[in-house]
Ligand binder design. Structure first.
Ligand SMILES: [Zn+2]
Length: 124
């Protein structure tokens, strides 16, 4: 069974004002109810939005399966954007004031240095 256009538009219109950057960040931070029980964060996010607007929808969702609704929700709610791990690491290091010492030989700063301040490749 296909979800009708007007039902789709109603859901989209109701969810749009709630789908804020602040709320997205809260979910990315795990700062929401029963966050520990989540296996699919994007799915949880869009369904939480749906359950929030559900009582206010003036359309009947009778006979619709969860999979139909989820397909619609997926089109309405973009996935949460996770930062690449390298970026997260760089931000944490910057915050903690950790600066990698560059190698005295080649200047690389992504390798652990020996006591002579040279990387394993320059160290003899
Ligand atoms: Zn080196």
């Amino acid at each position: 069974m296909k979800i009708q256009q007007d039902v789709r538009e109603q859901i989209a219109k109701a969810i749009e004002p709630l789908d804020t950057q602040e709320r997205r960040q809260r979910y990315l931070d795990g700062n929401f109810d029963r966050a520990y029980a989540v296996s699919d964060l994007d799915k949880r996010y869009r369904w939480d939005l749906f359950w929030t607007v559900r009582p206010h929808l003036a359309v009947s969702l009778h006979g619709l399966k969860d999979t139909h609704i989820d397909t619609v929700l997926r089109k309405i709610v973009a996935p949460l954007e996770r930062k690449p791990l390298d970026q997260v690491k760089a931000e944490i290091e910057a915050e903690l004031g950790i600066v990698n010492e560059p190698c005295k030989g080649c200047g690389r700063d992504d390798l652990p240095l020996h006591v002579d301040y040279k990387c394993p490749e320059c160290h003899s």
